[in-house]
Design a protein. Structure first.
Ligand SMILES: [Zn+2]
Length: 118
C-alpha cells in the first residue's frame, strides 16, 4: 500500500466524515440514543391544517428520511475505511488483492477492487 496515498485518503475521509456528521446532526451528540441509527431524525416543522399541506409535509419527511439514510450509509462506509486505515487493512480487497491506486484516488472509501465491485 502506497503510504502517501493512504495519508492523503485519510485526510479526505476525515474531512468527509466531519461533513457528514455535521449534515446529519451528529456533531456534539452521543451515539446510539436516538430512534434512528446515529441520532438523526428529520422533524415535522409544523403540520398544516389542510389535507394538502399535510400530504406535502409527509412527502418532505419521506424525502428527508431517505436522504438521511443515504448519508448514513455513506458515513458508515467512510468510517469503515478509516477503521481499515487504523488497523492496516486499508487498500486490500475482500479477495486479498490490492485495490488499484487510481480507484482509491477516485473513491477513498472503496472496499473492493474493480473485479470484485459487482
Ligand atoms: Zn478484489
Amino acid at each position: 500500500m502506497n503510504k502517501s496515498l493512504m495519508e492523503e485518503n485519510k485526510v479526505k475521509l476525515l474531512a468527509e466524515q466531519k461533513q457528514l456528521r455535521i449534515t446529519l446532526g451528529h456533531e456534539g451528540k452521543l451515539e446510539g440514543k436516538g430512534e434512528f441509527p446515529g441520532e438523526y431524525k428529520p422533524t415535522f416543522t409544523e403540520l398544516g391544517s389542510e389535507e394538502g399541506e399535510n400530504a406535502s409535509e409527509v412527502e418532505q419527511f419521506a424525502n428527508d428520511l431517505s436522504l438521511s439514510q443515504d448519508l448514513e450509509a455513506r458515513l458508515t462506509k467512510v468510517e469503515a475505511a478509516l477503521k481499515r486505515i487504523a488497523d492496516g487493512s486499508y487498500g486490500k480487497c475482500v479477495g486479498g488483492d490490492d485495490i488499484d491506486e487510481a480507484r482509491l484516488r477516485a473513491e477513498p472509501a472503496a472496499e473492493t477492487c474493480i473485479k470484485h465491485s459487482k
